[in-house]
Design a protein around this ligand. Structure first.
Ligand code: PEP
Ligand code: MG
Length: 750
C-alpha cells in the first residue's frame, strides 16, 4: 500500500515558517507567529510549543489557542501528561479523545478542557528531545498520517531554532538531572555480557543541519546520489579494516547495510521528501525520524534491530551530506560510551583499544550493534533511559552486561569486587573458545543437537561459525518484513534456495509465515485487534488465505530442488489445522517438477490446547518443536514482551519442569523427535533444565550455542534428571536458585 506523501501541505508551511524565522525580532514573538502559522495552516484551534528546560521539565513557551497566561507557567516533567509522554518516548501521539488517555494531566490554567482531539510530535535533534509541538481541535477526530508527517517536518525547523540558542540558553535546555553526586544504580537490559569499569563519555553525533528548505530538487537529488556512492565506499573500507573481519561477522553486518542501502523503499521515501522541497540532508533526517518512530512501535525484536541499522545508515549519510566531527572524538583510556542509540558502524568508529563499555538508552538484544559489540567483546547495557540524565561526562561508571545494570560513581569497595569479577570472566572466555568446535556431549555421554534460530541470509554463516548442528527455526516472515511488497514465488524460492546453499547440507527447519498480530507487514493491512498475539496470525491466516500459504510452500518445494525439505507450521491450535496445512504442502510437492526426496513436516507447539491432543498430534507429525516464547506466554497468561512480567512466571518453575518432562517422555514414547526453539534454550541455566527434562535438541540465537555447549559438556544428565524429579512437587514459583546451586555444587560451567 503506497503511503500518501503528505509533503504538499508541508512544503507550503515550510516556506512560510522559514520566512517568518528569517525576519528576526525577539524570539518570543517569532514563536507566537510560528504557532499561529501552524494552527492556521493545519486548521487547528490550538498549536502549542513546549520547550525542554533544565531538569527534564517541559515548559509551555508559545501557544495559539490556549490561554496566553499559561505561557511560561504550565510545566510538565518528562513522562508527565501527554506532552511528557511524547518527550519520554520520543515519538508522536495522536488521540481523538485526549482526556480519556490515562496519562492526560489537566492543567486548569491552559483552558484545554474543551479540546478533544490531540496530536503531538517530539522536537528531535541528534536523538534528543528539545521540545514538543502539539495541535488540538475541539471536535473529536483522528489526525491523519499525513498531518503527523507535516507536523514532524515542521518540528525539524523548530529543532534548528531551539538548537541555535536564540530561544533558550543552550545550558538551560537540558542539564543533567540529579545534582546529587551519590552513587546510583541504573536498571537496563543486558545487550552484551561482560563487565567494564571506566570513564563516561557522551556520544556526540556532531551533526548540524542548517538548510532544511531547498529551492532546486534536482540539485538535491544529485547530492544524495553522490552521498550514497560515498557511503557504500566508506562502509566497505570500514568493515574491511575492522577487527570484525577476524571475528567473521562483518559480512553479516555489511550484507544488511547493502540490503538497506539498495532498498528502493528507503531511497524512494528520501527522494519523495526531496521532491517536495526539503534539502537532501533534511529529507534523510525526515525519513530517519520516521524510522525512529517505527522503531519505538515495533515490538518484534528482529525487525526492530533492522530499523536500528537503518538509523545508523541514515546517520552516516548525514555525516557525508553536512559534514560533522564524527564519532571519533578523543577518548580517555577507559571510555564508557553513553548514547541514546548507536549503530554498528558508529561503534566501529571508536578506538577499540580505549572503548571499554557502552550504555544505551534504547537498544535491543539482537541489534546489530550488539552483534558488533559481541564481536569486539565490549560489554553493553541497553534500555537504560536514565543514562542520558543521570550519568555526567567524566563520571566513573561500571557497565554490568551480565545483569543489565549500570553503576554510576560506585564506591571503591564495589569497584574492587567488579575488578575481581572481570578477571574471572577472562578465564571463562578461554573455556568457551575451546569448546566451540566440539560436539555437545555430556559427561555421561548424552548427545544434544544444537541449532540456531535465523531469519535472514546474514544469520546463516553463524550456523557454521557457532559450531551448531542445524537451523532449528528459520523465521520466513523476516524477509517479508523488510520488503515493501509481498515477494513473488520466484523471489521466495531464491531466498530459500540461498539459505539451503549456505547451510551446506545441515538441516534447515523452515517455519511458514508467522505474520499478523504485532508482526505487521507494511503492505498487509490486517484489522486492528485487541489481543494481536492471540489474534489472526500465522497458520490461521495461512489457512484462511490458502493462496498465500500455497505460494510459500511452492517456493519452498522448488528451493529444495529434489532434496530434503523440512517445514514447520506455527501457532497450530488443533491437529486438524496441521492436517489441512500439510495437505497443501503435499499438493505442492506432488505438483512439483522435482518433488522433495525427503519431506519432513512438523508443528510448533505454541498453543496450550495442543497439549491436550498429544496422541493425535504425535501420530500426525514428523516432529514437534516447542515454541516456548509463545507457549509460556499463553500457558501463564503473561505477555512475553512486557518487562514488568519478565520474571514473574518462569520456565524454571515446577510447572515448567513438569511440562517439559512430560512432553519429552510422551514424545519419546511415541518415537517423535522433539526440540525446543524458544528463548528458553538460550540461557545455559534453562537449557540445563531442559536437557535434564529429557530434551535432546535445542535451537537458540547463535550467540548462545557456545555457552550452552560448554554447559552440556560439563553436565551429568542422569544425575541432574534424578535431582529434577525431586523438585517436581516443590511449592515454589521458581527453581532458579536451586538450579543455580545445583550447577555450582556439581561443577556445571556457565
Ligand atoms: C516461539 O514462540 O517460541 C518462537 C520461537 O516463535 P517466535 O518467537 O518467532 O514467535
Ligand atoms: Mg512463536
Amino acid at each position: 500500500m503506497a503511503r500518501a506523501p503528505g509533503w504538499v501541505g508541508a512544503r507550503r508551511l515550510l516556506k512560510q515558517l522559514r520566512d517568518t524565522l528569517q525576519q528576526g525580532g525577539p524570539a518570543g514573538r517569532r514563536l507566537d507567529q510560528v504557532t499561529t502559522l501552524i494552527a492556521n495552516d493545519m486548521v487547528a484551534e490550538v498549536c502549542s510549543l513546549y520547550v525542554m528546560r533544565a531538569g527534564e521539565v517541559l515548559e509551555l513557551f508559545a501557544t495559539k489557542g490556549l490561554k496566553p497566561e499559561a505561557v511560561h507557567q504550565t510545566r510538565l516533567r518528562t513522562g508527565e501528561g501527554l506532552v511528557g509522554l511524547i518527550a519520554a518516548q520520543a515519538r508522536p501521539l495522536v488521540l481523538d479523545d485526549a482526556q480519556s488517555h490515562p496519562n492526560f494531566a489537566y492543567r486548569p490554567e491552559t483552558g484545554e478542557e474543551i479540546f478533544q482531539s490531540w496530536m503531538g510530535v517530539p522536537i528531535l535533534r541528534e536523538g534528543r528531545v528539545l521540545g514538543v509541538l502539539v495541535v488540538q481541535n475541539k471536535t473529536r477526530r483522528l489526525y491523519t498520517e499525513e498531518e503527523v508527517e507535516t507536523l514532524e517536518t515542521v518540528s525539524m525547523v523548530l529543532a534548528e531554532m531551539l538548537a541555535s540558542g536564540t530561544v533558550l540558553d543552550p545550558e538551560e535546555q537540558r542539564l543533567a538531572e540529579g545534582t546529587s553526586l551519590l552513587p546510583a544504580r541504573l536498571a537496563g537490559i543486558a545487550l552484551q555480557e561482560g563487565l567494564a569499569i571506566g570513564t563516561a563519555v557522551p556520544h556526540h553525533r556532531g551533526l548540524v543541519i542548517t538548510r532544511i528548505v531547498a529551492e532546486n530538487p534536482g540539485e538535491e537529488r544529485s547530492r544524495l546520489g553522490a552521498a550514497m556512492r560515498e557511503l557504500a565506499e566508506t562502509l566497505e573500507e570500514l568493515f574491511e579494516q575492522s577487527e570484525l573481519q577476524q571475528a567473521g561477522e562483518h559480512r553479516d553486518v555489511l550484507e544488511t547495510y547493502r540490503m538497506f542501502a539498495e532498498d528502493r523503499g528507503w531511497m524512494g521515501r528520501i527522494e519523495e521528501a526531496i521532491a517536495s522541497g526539503l534539502t537532501a540532508e533534511a529529507a534523510v533526517q525526515k525519513v530517519q525520524n520516521d524510522t525512529q518512530a517505527r522503531m519505538a512501535q515495533v515490538s518484534d525484536p528482529y525487525l526492530r534491530e533492522r530499523l536500528y541499522d537503518l538509523d545508523d545508515l541514515a546517520n552516516r549519510l548525514l555525516y557525508i551530506l553536512v559534514g560533522g566531527e564524527g564519532a571519533a572524538q578523543a577518548l580517555p583510556e577507559d571510555a564508557i560510551l553513553v548514547a541514546r542509540s548507536l549503530g554498528p558502524a558508529e561503534l566501529l568508529d571508536y578506538d577499540r583499544t580505549r572503548l571499554k563499555g557502552v550504555v544505551l538508552a534504547e537498544g535491543s538484544p539482537t541489534a546489530h550493534v550488539a552483534i558488533v559489540a559481541r564481536a569486539l567483546d565490549i560489554p553493553m547495557v541497553g534500555r537504560c533511559p536514565e543514562a542520558l540524565t543521570r550519568i555526567r561526562p567524566g563520571d566513573n561508571v561500571i557497565v554490568d552486561g551480565n545483569s543489565g545494570q549500570v553503576l554510576v560513581r560506585p564506591r571503591e569497595n564495589v569497584r574492587a569486587s567488579f575488578r575481581e569479577a572481570i578477571e574471572q570472566r577472562e578465564r571463562r572466555r578461554r573455556l568457551f573458545a575451546a569448546t566451540r568446535d566440539l560436539p555437545a556431549v555430556s559427561r555421561d555421554g548424552v548427545r544434544v543437537t544444537l541449532g540456531i534460530n535465523a531469519g535472514l541470509l546474514i544469520d546463516m554463516p553463524q550456523l557454521h561459525e557457532a559450531g551448531a548442528d542445524f537451523v532449528g527455526l528459520y523465521r520466513t516472515e523476516v524477509p517479508f518484513m523488510v520488503r515493501e511488497s509481498f515477494p513473488s514465488v520466484a523471489e521466495q524460492r531464491e531466498i530459500y534456495a540461498r539459505i539451503l546453499e549456505v547451510a551446506a547440507g545441515k538441516p534447515v527447519t523452515f517455519r511458514t509465515l508467522d505474520i499478523g498480530g504485532d508482526k505487521a507487514l507494511p503492505y498487509w493491512a490486517g484489522a486492528a485487534e485487541e489481543n494481536p498475539a492471540m489474534g489472526w496470525r500465522a497458520i490461521r491466516i495461512g489457512l484462511d488465505r490458502p493462496a498465500l500459504l500455497r505460494q510459500q510452500l511452492r517456493a519452498l518445494v522448488q528451493a529444495a530442488a529434489g532434496g530434503r525439505l523440512i517445514v514447520m507450521f506455527p501457532m497450530v491450535t488443533e491437529v486438524a489445522e496441521f492436517q489441512r496445512a500439510k495437505a497443501l504442502l503435499l499438493r505442492e510437492a506432488a505438483a512439483a517438477e522435482r518433488p522433495p526426496s525427503n519431506l519432513v513436516c512438523g508443528v510448533m507447539l505454541e498453543v496450550p490446547a495442543l497439549l491436550f491432543q498429544l496422541d493425535q498430534l504425535f501420530a500426525a507429525v514428523d516432529f514437534v518443536s516447542i515454541g516456548s516464547n509463545d507457549l509460556l506466554q499463553f500457558l501463564f497468561a503473561t505477555d512475553r514482551g512486557n518487562p514488568a512480567l519478565a520474571r514473574r512466571y518462569e520456565a524454571t518453575s515446577p510447572t515448567g519442569l513438569g511440562l517439559f518432562s512430560d512432553l519429552a517422555a510422551r514424545a519419546a514414547a511415541a518415537g517423535v523427535p522433539l526440540s525446543l526453539c524458544g528463548e528458553t534454550a538460550a540461557s545455559p541455566l534453562e537449557a540445563m533444565m531442559l536437557v535434564g527434562c529429557g530434551l535432546r535438541s535445542l535451537s537458540m540465537p547463535p550467540a548462545a550455542v557456545a555457552p550452552v555447549k560448554t554447559m552440556i559438556r560439563s553436565l551429568d544428565v542422569g544425575h541432574l534428571a534424578r535431582f529434577l524429579d525431586s523438585c517436581r512437587t516443590l511449592e515454589t514459583p521458581s527453581l532458579r536458585h536451586l538450579l543455580t546451586a545445583y550447577a555450582r555444587d556439581h561443577g556445571v560451567e556457565f
